[in-house]
Design a protein around this ligand. Structure first.
Ligand code: ITT
Length: 194
């Protein structure tokens, strides 16, 4: 049975598909021919994830999951958090977000941060949430060309490399998204066996 992954972010698809692809038939919005820019108007990752999954569920009636992710920086009181995609303002290129983050952390020694992913699954009209957290530090100068978003400035605990210096497989040994996805898979497997 197919499960729609409601995202327009191909990087998220690439990271999740290597984990979940073997277990379930994942169909992206693109695969399903759905061209829609889902708004993220809320002030929590949970509410935005729910908005994305319910929008697509109402549209298709198909079981669906979405995810919302934020980078939460301790010294910035959890910012950019839910605003991670548009920290430097709507419509700016992503480098502007990284530049703003590094500028706001200039001279600050506490560089602790975490990525947090919230997955919202809608299965047979019921919602289930799954969270994944990856703790680490923001470095002072970006490094690496792989990955996306804030990957060039984030070093997960237990590594000396930024996410942008890692392959998807390496990133998945640490990542927030992988942890949330593992919980989703475990849940779906139990449902399948019922
Ligand atoms: P959707 O279509 O799924 O909504 P999006 O790109 O809008 O995709 P988010 O709303 O979750 O995704 O935005 C979170 C931002 O945080 C996003 O723009 C990324 O640049 C950044 N981000 C999310 N996951 C990340 C990761 O694993 N590594 C680095 N940056 C990440």
């Amino acid at each position: 049975q197919r499960l729609i992954f409601a995202t327009n972010n191909q990087h998220k698809v690439d990271e999740i598909k290597v984990v979940i692809g073997e277990h379930f038939n994942i169909v992206t919005l693109k695969d399903a021919g759905i061209a829609i820019d889902i708004p993220e108007p809320h002030d929590t990752l949970e509410a935005n994830a729910t908005e994305k999954s319910t929008t697509i569920y109402r549209l298709t009636g198909n079981n669906v999951f979405s995810e919302d992710t934020g980078l939460e920086v301790a010294a910035l009181n959890g910012e950019p958090g839910v605003k991670s995609a548009r920290y430097a303002g709507e419509g700016r290129d992503f480098q502007a977000n990284i530049d703003k983050l590094l500028a706001n952390l200039e001279g600050i020694t506490n560089r602790k941060a975490q990525f947090r992913t919230v997955i919202s699954l809608i299965l047979n009209n019921l919602e289930h949430l799954f969270e994944g957290i990856c703790e680490g530090n923001i470095i002072t100068h970006q490094k690496g060309l792989k990955g996306f978003g804030y990957d060039p400035v984030f070093v997960p605990n237990g590594s000396t490399k930024t996410f942008a210096e890692m392959t998807i497989e390496e990133k998945n040994q640490f990542s927030h998204r992988k942890k949330a996805t593992d919980k989703l898979i475990a849940f779906l497997k139990v449902q399948q066996s019922l």
